[in-house]
Design a protein around this ligand. Sequence first.
Ligand code: FES
Length: 223
Amino acid sequence: MKCAGIREAEVVLAGKTYKLAVIHSLANAKEIIAKIKSGEKKYHFIEFMSCPAGCINGAGQPVNMTPDYRKNRTKGLYEADKMLQLHKSQDNPYLKELYSSKLGDVGGEKAHHLLHTHYNARRRLKGKSMLIMDGKNDNRLEIRVCVGTSCYLKGSQDILHHLAKHVADKDLQDQVVVKATFCFEKCNKGPTIKIGNTVISGCDIIKATEAVDKAVEMRTHNV
Ligand code: FES
């Protein structure tokens, strides 16, 4: 992946040097805040992004089951960016024309009214869940993996990938159905999965896989 978790730069504007930093993921944010508090680091501007590698791999991206999807998406976007001639919106002649002919001042009342948005919760999935693998039996054990923002940031997408592969490798598609779903209201304890009616928090790949295997075995033996 191209992005390191902590990137620093200096830019000179009107003869003055400004120190900038871009921080990806909250573990790096914690580290940099500690260094600022101790006086080891000083910046004029810091951009913090909670997701690894920033919005390119953020929780707002679609659920993706392709291997290496993060690496590929990052590579594709950086390559597309290299081919573009314009990198700053303020240099875009269409935007300049739009402001001069319709919107008025940048940051003015009309632009603010028409272009700014408000925060409201947006779900990554339409409906209650998204089916990850197909199968024939309607009476399958349901495994739901939360891909809500909090669980996503703690690695639930990797758990989803792994469980889908595990079920396929063990040829369990007609016994088990894997779904991506959204928020079991246990966000601070995630990643969270649900197997049948049992919600399991604090999952990692090993814990989730063992829980699935155990549930399948119990079902097979009608325990
Ligand atoms: S985001 Fe997963 S339980 Fe809320």
